[in-house]
Design a protein around this ligand. Structure first.
Ligand code: RIB
Length: 299
């Protein structure tokens, strides 16, 4: 089984701030750091560190070649990443507060230059038994999800950032991995009531063919597939940077279930990985190795 992660590659500029800047406010940052990021890149690295064979597809400009190095160092194949001469690599402006929370502004850049030709070329190497991890930071997502399902791939969708254009993709996803805010936005877009309790939120989104994994931060995570509900507690830690915690959870959860582990084990694997990630600064550099996560789990 091979995993294709077709998604964003970003340069993350992280500004340490006392609080998120408000409208009309000028706020001084205490520091600026640069990290590798992008939900796609982060999830590729998490999938690879969790033990799967991963190929990343996407696009960067010449200024983002170091992101490909970072992927390769993590064991991710990068031959399906296009290097565009006339585009800048995507980037994210991230405000990070003392409690580790973040607020992200995205510039798509090369991530928005994915073409149908690139998608057809990349997907021709994948078929039944393989899996596709998707987020919403690249162009041509509906085309990609439809072609992948036609070719028999298992599709995992992280609908982030959320927008109504994603609604038709929900039935195409075998796994939908999202947080409470995205879940509420999805239900609002579908014109459905938004329940308050996490269990009801997860159950409201599950379809017979789409299992939902809902992350609730310090409240843990939930799995719902229409027949059962599984709850996993979060591992208590002192967070310094929550950036990429969701990406880490997604990569480790998918690595668990795609390699035949139970949902319960995969949720524990994912929660332990995300708990380690939030104790470290940055996106991709914060993602732990499989050995670190197994040690945290006591497995
Ligand atoms: O999920 C975290 C990621 O979101 C960051 O790395 C940033 O690049 C944005 O894509």
């Amino acid at each position: 089984m091979k995993v294709l992660c077709f998604g964003s590659l970003n340069i993350d500029y992280v500004y340490q701030v006392p609080h998120f800047a408000g409208g009309g406010e000028t706020l001084a940052a205490a520091s600026l750091s640069r990290f590798s990021g992008g939900k796609g890149l982060n999830q590729s690295i998490a999938l690879a560190r969790a033990g799967l064979e991963v190929r990343h597809a996407g696009a960067v400009g010449r200024d983002g070649l170091f992101l490909l190095e970072e992927l390769r160092e993590a064991g991710v194949r990068t031959e399906s990443v296009e290097v565009l001469e006339d585009a800048r690599t995507g980037h994210a402006i991230i405000q990070r507060t003392p409690s580790g929370e973040n607020c992200i502004l995205l510039y798509g850049g090369a991530n928005r230059r994915i073409t149908r030709e690139q998608i057809d070329r990349v997907l021709s190497d994948f078929g039944p038994g393989d899996a596709l991890a998707l987020q919403n930071e690249t162009s041509e997502l509906p085309y990609l999800a439809e072609r992948a399902r036609e070719r028999g791939l298992t599709v995992a969708l992280n609908p982030s950032p959320m927008e109504d254009g994603l609604l038709p993709l929900l039935p195409l996803a075998n796994y939908l991995l999202l947080n409470e805010i995205e879940a509420a936005q999805l239900l609002q877009g579908l014109g459905k009531p938004v329940p308050e309790a996490g269990e009801d939120l997860a159950a409201a989104l599950a379809l017979p063919s789409t299992a939902v994994v809902l992350t609730l931060g310090s409240q843990g995570s939930l799995f719902a597939d229409g027949t059962r509900l599984v709850r996993q507690a979060a591992v208590p830690v002192r967070a310094v940077d929550t950036t990429a915690a969701g990406d880490t959870y997604t990569g480790f959860f998918l690595a668990g279930v795609l390699s035949g582990r139970s949902v319960e084990w995969s949720m524990k694997y994912a929660s332990s990985a995300a708990a380690i990630a939030v104790t470290r600064p940055g996106a991709a550099p914060s993602i732990p190795s499989r050995a670190e996560v197994l040690a945290e789990m006591g497995d």
